[in-house]
Design a protein around this ligand. Structure first.
Ligand SMILES: [Zn+2]
Length: 96
């Protein structure tokens, strides 16, 4: 298929609410960081992050339903915005 990434659905580990879809590159199994530019859905979130990346202010990643904090906003090496995910607090599900 030539696809270089895997798509994961990320959901809240506390209440199970869907949070976002993510395109993960590389071989590692874990998701330690979510890079904002690889978040694929929902569109409202993607649009918000594209604007925020310009402005440079990213809110921490919270569950839209129960507001559990899932990841903290950080600037990674290479000056890219990312969320450092709290391990064990979120679920990920490989699509397809
Ligand atoms: Zn939740």
């Amino acid at each position: 298929m030539g696809q270089k990434y895997k798509e994961y659905d990320i959901s809240c580990g506390k209440c199970g609410t869907y949070v976002l879809s993510y395109h993960k590159y590389g071989a590692g199994k874990g998701i330690l960081r979510l890079y904002l530019h690889r978040i694929a859905a929902p569109k409202a979130l993607v649009d918000m992050y594209q604007k925020a990346e310009v402005v440079g202010e990213i809110p921490h990643l919270k569950c839209p339903e129960c507001e559990e904090m899932l990841g903290s906003a950080v600037i990674s090496k290479g000056q890219k915005w990312a969320f450092r995910m709290r391990q064990g607090i979120f679920h990920r599900k490989l699509k397809k």
